[in-house]
Ligand binder design. Sequence first.
Ligand code: KG4
Ligand code: ZN
Length: 352
Amino acid sequence: MKLRAIEKILAIETSCDDTSVAIVRKDGWVDSLVSASQDKDHEIFGGIVPEIASRNHIHHLLPLVEIAFEKAKLTWNDIDAVCVTVEPGLMGSLLVGAVTAKTLAIAKEKPLLGVNHLEGHLLAPFLRDATYSPPENFNYPFVALAVSGGHTSLYWVEGLGKYKVLGHTIDDAAGEAFDKFAKVLGLGFPGGVLIDKHASGGDPTAFSFPRSLMQKGNLQFSFSGLKASGQREVEKFSKTELKKDLKNICASYQEAIVDTLLTKLDWAVKQECDGRQISRKAIITGGVSANSRLRAKAEEWAKTHNVQLVIPPIRYCTDNAAMIGYAGIQRMNQGEKSDAGMGVSASSTIVV
Ligand code: KG4
Ligand code: ZN
């Protein structure tokens, strides 16, 4: 018997600190995407407190489900399935999403699927709405640079579920390097966006910060040396000097991260696309791809190196339920389904 295609899915994402709900169609069209940020609640601690994150998800999630329906002008009758992020992430946060999704699926008699968060990031370019759609001829295969607070990896994306890791960070993720340096500078939380803001108008060559593992062709990343070097540099300054040079130090630190990411993306594209003699295609995804300098330099690189580069809009790069919905609906239309015993995992089992 042929299974009925899933046309529209309700998706839930609570793997870290953002609570997000979306309704997505099988062609990637986003009917609604609503999220609640917890930045204000974690700010005074200078980082995410897992216990606070899961408690906040409990408060935000069901109201967001209602708002997602209202915004999409749809009801449960229009939804064919429910999906939710089940790995990787903070255990407490994941559990709130998974238990809620399971309960809703049972109560509303809809099929359910647990989705991998990283797969969501890798497929985010395929989302579409009134102001964004991927280029007409964009499709698999492509090189993906996934850069977030917890991950920095390069993948060869052959198709749905076919991901080969080309390299990843051996210590800190790029987002972590941004966040920790912002803390050292006393800028606050979340750090990446604050460094981006303060770097604007600064001189990226004012300070010389290290770029690690730069032997040609090495696709591994390391940001711990940069983090230590940033800290040492800041310790040399008095508070007044630091204030005076803040723009330059932020711009230079940001440049070291952007340079490293783009150099390795370039090597990966040459290795994979040129190696197979196919056209050069790449995506950048994950929270750090919101960085304005990374976006600008990546666009420039793509133009000069004949690469079809897709960087989804920021709403689909940072953690969001729409990308989970897209990954979920594709997998469900291949016949995948989770049962009531569906669990969660802090680490990633299908995409590493
Ligand atoms: O993908 P994401 O929303 O959550 C994770 O799965 O980690 O990424 C969050 C990370 C944080 O480290 C945050 O500082 C960083 O993305 N980020 C940025 C910018 N916006 C967010 N980093 C640099 N520049 C930005 N504009
Ligand atoms: Zn993420």
